[in-house]
Design a protein around this ligand. Structure first.
Ligand code: C2E
Ligand code: MG
Ligand code: MG
Ligand code: MG
Length: 284
């Protein structure tokens, strides 16, 4: 099989590349029907306040239960959904399902529970996005304060009228915007001025060697201080041990999320977690 890689030059596909490419095409075709066939599911990963140690909310993380290939991770299909445009239907399903669960959990377990939902930039570029979000919230009688939308730093690079008006309407509804994987993207400070955000989520890679690594620790303290200066709260992602959580608490970071608190859970398992959860013990 031959492929045109750049104008005027042909390269021969390695067999592995060929089979990867076939898998990609198959997944992309199957993904079109996955939403309608009910093959998507959400897991929920709780996060805690570092002031109280108590659960503040949970992040919805999508998975795809493929009938033949088994469980597929979002890292493998979100890019395909973005390429084909399926991301709009998929993203709307995630919002609907996440908000439905959040409404139930606020009634049954935690009245100030916040649901955090990842959204693709392509969704934010859709002129009707904020109206769709508002309609779903209204369906479940949920206030905007119960919802937080996580976007990646790529937001920096785009500056379209649709994104601006969506962000304005979302803010007017009381919905918080969080920058996901903070520090890994095109960290330009100008966008933080253009788009004020409510939360920064420090990427796991900066926290992996905290507190023993001094330069990581300094960088994390700097991001916390910067977030607070901007009027944003700050979350540490990928927190796997209590030393990391205590370091963050000591330095005023607001929230922690990671396997220390819990892995992403199926809805019924999250309910058990909410019913049983005791505050994270932050004092040594
Ligand atoms: P993310 O939003 O940064 O989510 C955090 C990822 O880190 C999740 O992987 C989570 O399972 C994993 N994680 C959390 N705590 C720990 C920890 O302590 N240790 C380790 N090793 N890993 C941890 P997951 O579920 O595979 O999601 C990957 C990415 O896919 C997400 O990264 C997010 O960018 C994207 N994604 C997930 N759901 C959606 C969705 O509904 N829509 C969109 N557009 N993207 C989504
Ligand atoms: Mg996220
Ligand atoms: Mg993240
Ligand atoms: Mg991350």
């Amino acid at each position: 099989l031959l492929s045109r890689e750049s104008p005027g030059s042909w390269v021969r596909f390695h067999p592995d590349i060929n089979s990867n490419w076939r898998r990609r095409n198959r997944l992309q075709a199957d993904l079109r029907q996955a939403v309608a066939r009910g093959e998507l599911l959400l897991n929920y990963q709780p996060y805690v306040s570092l002031k109280s140690g108590k659960v503040a909310g949970a992040e919805a993380l999508v998975r795809w239960q493929h009938p033949e290939l088994g469980l597929i991770s979002p890292a493998d299909f979100i890019p395909l959904a973005e390429e084909s445009g399926v991301i709009h239907a998929l993203g709307e399903w995630v919002l609907q399902e996440g908000i439905r669960h959040a409404a139930q959990w606020r009634q049954q377990y935690l009245s100030n529970f916040v649901i955090s939902i990842n959204v693709s930039l392509l969704q934010l570029e859709d002129a009707r996005f904020a109206e769709v979000v508002a309609a779903i919230l209204a369906t479940y009688h949920l206030p905007g304060e119960a919802l937080e939308l996580e976007v990646t730093e790529g937001l920096a690079l785009r500056n379209t009228p649709a994104i601006d008006s969506n962000l304005q309407l979302l803010r007017a509804l009381g919905i918080a915007i969080a920058i996901d994987d903070f520090g890994t993207g095109y960290a330009s400070f100008s966008y933080l001025r253009r788009f004020p955000v409510e939360k920064l989520k420090i990427d796991k890679q900066f926290l992996d060697h905290v507190p023993e690594n001094e330069s990581s620790s300094n960088l994390v303290r700097m991001i916390v201080a910067m977030g607070h200066t901007l009027g944003a709260s700050v979350t540490g992602e990928g927190i796997e041990n209590i030393q990391q959580a205590r370091f963050l608490a000591r330095h005023g970071c607001d929230y922690a999320q990671g396997y220390l608190i819990s892995r992403p859970l199926a809805p019924n398992a999250l309910e058990q977690f909410l019913a049983a959860a005791r505050p994270l013990q932050l004092q040594p």
